[in-house]
Design a binder for this molecule. Sequence first.
Ligand code: FES
Length: 75
Amino acid sequence: MQCMMKAICAQCLQRHVDPVTGDETFVFSCVNQDQPMDQVDFANLNSRLKANSVMEKITSLWLDYLIERWQPARV
Ligand code: FES
């Protein structure tokens, strides 16, 4: 779960493909954690996780920059 607010940020969107009909659907993984494995598009999942990783690294670098620059007061 990314945002902890369920269906808000869409970073957890998961593509499903019905193996019989080929129909495509999307679910919020944070709301729907029990998903049928034969419908999960794992290639799409892999791509989404890599994209999320980029944003996590950028956010971490930004926080390091802010903390180094402004030296927040320690409580
Ligand atoms: S984790 Fe944010 S919408 Fe699912």
